[in-house]
Every structure is written in structure tokens, then in C-alpha cells.
Design a protein. Structure first.
Ligand code: BES
Ligand code: ZN
Ligand code: ZN
Length: 513
């Protein structure tokens, strides 16, 4: 989809449909909506007066101008923004997605729209344009690369899978705003496309995207955009002493890869980098501590943290971020077999610390232990890890926020600020040594990989990772509830969400200058 920005009257724009919006409680539409209401003979006012349209968030209505209505498009799509006082950039993202999806359903190819919220004075026009582009791209995303034939050939219904919006035209009356809107659209496009890139990595099942394929897809992307890429093979990991990662890899016939992405902007040679580590379990059966069958298929999303890191590095490189940033993704398949590690085994991580494996299903912290240990060589100014680590975080926070655990309040503060900007929510859980270190105390090794019980299992995961962050300001994001959705909300269609891409990019670029 092409996105262009132009000045002019929305009603005079050649397109298959135009989008206008309405705040809840508005009785007399003004601005762009008013300027369309008038030639429509007050049709929007009547929609409001009858109570048929209230303007609640993501409500839509479609109106059909007559030839003498002086509106170039054959359709007007009206989208609700909710109450004016509750308006946020996330509402703009949602409205944009809702309108774009409605337009696509109607078979629209050229869609013209105003920038939602740009006229409110409460949000910055550049940010509003960014949210518009993000909402449209994220909302229209479909994962169809594994479908060999169109849905209609079996159902006989409209072939919706062929419908596609080719052009989104952003229309603004005030010419002086154009550079800002263009900058926002550009930023939004790069971020959202990096997020959809991550979504597609996560949506690919374990047979199609084992560790080697994940590394290859990452390399292809990195080569295209000029990002530095390297992938270590098992021999190289062996020489580095990555015994925790290799322990998890032992049960699988799929060779592991340790993916390293480096964004080294010009002049950043002496800059201490931000290091982002992402859990890259391409499929998690649980290993010898095997998971029950029900819902196991969804464990193809267990590289959601890794995909978020890869997507964030893509975005930072394309945006030309001034911040030196490193992405580390231990890519491993967790399988049971005669070569697999057993409960009770003790593994030695790269930094020499030993871990007693109580459950082979708590494998994410094992591969991330080696990633965090490897990250130390960069002497980072901050380090994050992002992982679909525990079912426990879903018990605590559901699908509303990622759990954040940290050894440094400043890192948490920065993450919260980034989350406010991107709409990807985080909520802090504690990592008090006095209360929780006992959860990982082992009788025979430096630590054990699970506390055994269900109590505070998300925190037990964080406590283990904390031992590998050492003195580096660090936070762990448990995104188990966020990487996947069954809900189908405006800019998060069912499936992989790509959670974390925009959050990590926003967070890392916050360290620049
Ligand atoms: N990948 C899972 C966590 C998970 C669960 C992600 C549900 C997404 C949805 C992880 O490797 C795991 O199995 N964790 C265990 C840890 C336990 C053995 C301490 C869990 O949460 O049950
Ligand atoms: Zn597991
Ligand atoms: Zn896992």
C-alpha cells in the first residue's frame, strides 16, 4: 500500500472512499466532518440525531453521496473516535485501522482520509500522522503466504482475500502542515512494517521456521537494509561455553543459531550500546517435561521476543537512529529425544554460573542466560530481554500488559515512557532478593531454573535472568500474554501481534543524544 500526503479539500479528492471521523457526543459536526456533512445535506447530522451513530470508538457508518452532492468519492466512511476527553494516539491508531479495514471490505482501492486527532490541539500532528499510518498498515496486515488458493474456491463467498487497498491518500487543508505529516507518515510506515515483519516470523510454524530459517530470514532482511548480521553455529557456541543454550538445543535435530544484529550508526564507535536480547524458541514442546497437547500448537509463538528484537533493529536502522543498538537472539527448538536434557541435569552457562534444570519446559531463561552473558562483552549502558517466558504472567496480567522486572528503576521509567508513546502496555512486578531469591535456590548448583510451584512463577523467571544481568542496568519483559491474540481488535488482527517492536525501537532511540 502506497501512502501519500497532499493538500486540498477531502471532498474534492479523487478516490473510491473518503474517511471522516466523529467524537462521541458531537451534535453539530465541524472541521472536515462538517465540510462533508454539508454537501451530504446534513446526512451525518441525521445519523447523530436518530441515535444511529454515537461516535463510540471504532463505530462505523457508510454514506453514499448523490452526483449533485459535490463529493468526488462514491462513499463516505464515518468512524467514531470516542469521547474527546479520552482521546489518545492509540484511539487514532484504532480509528485508522477500523476505517481502512471497512474500506477494504467494500473493495476500495484508493482511500482518502483526514488525520484523526490532528485538529484537536491535544496531540502533535506529526505523531497523529504516524499513528494513522501505523493503524492502517497494522490493521490491514494478513498472513496469507501459506494459503495456496483463495477462500472463495471452497466457500463460494466474496473473495475477500483478493481485496486490497492500493493507495492511502492523507488529505490536509493547511499546506504548512505537510512536512510534519509527511515525516509522521514515514516514521509510522517504517515502524509498522517492521512490526508486520516480526508478525510474519511469529506466524510461521515450527516446521517452516526452525532456527536456521529464522537466521536466514533475518539475514535476508539485514542485507536488504544494510544492518550488520552474524549467526553463530553450535560449534562456535560450544567454544564460547554456552552450555545453557546448548542444553536446550540438545534434544532437537534442528541446529541452533545465535543471531547477532548490530546497528552501529556513524560516529557511534565510542558509544556504549543498548543490548536487546529476545527469546527465540522456534517451537516449545516443553522437552522431556513435555507440555499437554491442548494448545501446544501455539508454542510456535515462543520466538515472539526474538522477532520483536529483530523487528526493532530493522526499524532503528531504517529510521537512522543515532543510538548504537545490538540485538541478540538465541534461536533454538525445544524437543524431547534420547539426546535431550533431563530434569535434574546441571548446565554451565557462558559466564561459568551453573543451573540445575528442574523443568526442561523452563527453557527460555536457559537460552537467555547465555544471551545476557554474551551481551556483557559490549559493556552495554542498558540491556533488555524480551520473552514469552511464563504462563504465570498471563495469570497476573492477562493479555493487557507485559510484565516488566528490573534491577534499575531508570530502565523501568524509560520503558514506561516508551510504552505511553506506542500503546504497548507494561506493568512492573518486583524482583526483591529478600522475598524471591529463595525461589531459585539449588542444593547442588548456583541456581535452579524453576521454583517448582505456581506461586510467582513469572518472578522466579525474572530472578534467574537477574543473575546474568549482573551490574548492567537491565529489565526483563515477559510478553507471554502479548505475543499472540485471538481477539481480533482494530490494529491487531488474530494471530501474532508483533508486540514489542515499536516499544523497543522507541526505548532504544530514547538513549540517543
Ligand atoms: N513458552 C512457555 C511460556 C508460555 C506459556 C508462553 C503460555 C505463552 C503462553 C515457557 O517456556 C514455559 O513453558 N514456561 C513454564 C515455566 C514453568 C515450567 C516454571 C510455564 O510458564 O508454565
Ligand atoms: Zn517452555
Ligand atoms: Zn518457552
Amino acid at each position: 500500500m502506497n501512502i501519500t500526503v497532499q493538500t486540498g479539500q477531502l471532498g474534492a479528492t479523487e478516490s473510491d472512499a473518503i474517511v471522516v471521523n466523529l467524537f462521541q457526543g458531537t451534535t453539530n459536526p465541524t472541521g472536515a466532518t462538517g465540510s462533508i456533512n454539508q454537501p451530504l445535506g446534513g446526512a451525518i447530522s441525521r445519523l447523530i440525531a436518530t441515535g444511529d451513530f454515537t461516535g463510540r470508538p471504532n463505530q462505523t457508518a457508510v454514506l453514499y453521496p448523490l452526483p449533485d452532492h459535490d463529493i468526488k468519492a462514491p462513499r463516505v466512511i464515518l468512524v467514531g473516535l470516542g469521547k474527546r476527553d479520552d482521546f489518545t494516539l492509540d484511539k487514532a491508531r484504532q480509528a485508522s485501522a477500523t476505517a481502512a479495514r471497512r474500506a477494504r471490505d467494500l473493495g476500495v482501492k484508493r482511500l482518502a482520509t483526514i488525520v484523526h486527532g490532528a485538529g484537536t490541539g491535544s496531540v502533535d500532528p506529526t505523531r497523529a500522522a504516524q499513528a494513522l499510518a501505523e493503524g492502517a498498515i497494522l490493521g490491514l496486515y494478513r498472513f496469507d503466504e501459506l494459503k495456496s488458493r483463495a477462500a472463495s474456491s471452497t466457500s463460494g463467498e466474496d473473495d475477500d482475500s483478493k481485496k486490497e487497498i492500493q493507495e492511502l491518500i492523507v488529505v490536509e487543508l493547511d499546506e504548512s502542515k505537510l512536512p510534519d505529516l509527511e515525516a509522521g507518515v514515514h516514521r509510522g510506515r517504517l515502524l509498522a512494517e517492521s512490526q508486520t515483519f516480526a508478525r510474519s516470523l511469529v506466524n510461521r510454524p515450527g516446521n517452516i521456521l526452525p532456527p536456521v530459517a529464522l537466521a536466514e530470514a533475518t539475514q535476508k532482511m539485514a542485507d536488504q537494509i544494510g544492518l550488520q548480521f552474524e549467526a553463530l553455529d553450535p560449534n562456535q557456541m560450544e567454544r564460547l561455553g554456552m552450555g545453557a543454550l546448548l542444553g536446550v538445543a540438545a534434544g532437537s535435530d534442528q541446529p541452533a543459531r545465535f543471531i547477532i544484529l548490530e546497528h552501529n550508526p556513524e560516529g557511534s564507535e565510542n558509544q556504549k550500546p543498548v543490548v536487546l536480547c529476545g527469546k527465540g524458541i522456534t517451537f516449545d514442546t516443553g522437552g522431556i517435561s513435555i507440555k499437554p497437547n491442548e494448545g501446544m500448537w501455539q508454542m510456535k509463538d515462543d520466538m515472539g521476543g526474538g522477532a520483536a528484537v529483530i523487528g526493532a533493529l530493522r526499524a532503528l536502522a531504517l529510521l537512522g537512529s543515532k543510538q548504537r543498538t545490538i540485538g541478540l537472539v538465541p534461536a533454538v527448538e525445544n524437543m524431547p529425544s534420547g539426546k535431550a536434557i533431563r530434569p535434574g541435569d546441571v548446565l554451565r552457562a557462558m559466564d561459568g554460573q551453573t543451573i540445575e534444570v528442574i523443568s526442561t519446559d523452563a527453557e527460555g531463561r536457559l537460552v537467555l542466560a547465555d544471551a545476557l552473558a554474551y551481551g556483557q562483552r559490549y559493556e552495554p549502558q542498558a540491556m533488555l530481554d524480551v520473552a514469552t517466558l511464563t504462563g504465570g504472567v498471563i495469570t497476573a496480567l492477562g493479555h493487557g500488559a507485559a510484565g516488566v522486572m528490573a534491577n534499575d528503576p531508570n530502565v523501568v521509567e524509560r520503558l514506561k515512557r516508551a510504552a505511553d508513546a506506542t500503546g504497548e502496555k507494561v506493568w512492573e512486578l518486583p524482583l526483591w532478593d529478600d522475598e524471591y531469591k529463595r525461589a531459585i535456590r539449588s542444593d547442588i548448583a548456583d541456581m535452579k531454573n524453576t521454583g517448582g510451584g505456581r506461586a510467582a512463577s513469572a518472578i522466579a523467571g525474572g530472578m534467574l535472568l537477574k543473575q546474568f544481568a549482573k551490574k548492567v542496568p537491565w529489565a526483563h519483559l515477559d510478553i507471554a500474554g502479548m505475543a499472540w491474540t485471538d481477539a481480533d481488535t482494530p490494529y491487531k488482527p488474530k494471530g501474532a501481534t508483533g508486540y514489542g517492536v515499536r516499544l523497543l525501537a522507541e526505548y532504544a532511540s530514547g538513549y540517543a543524544g
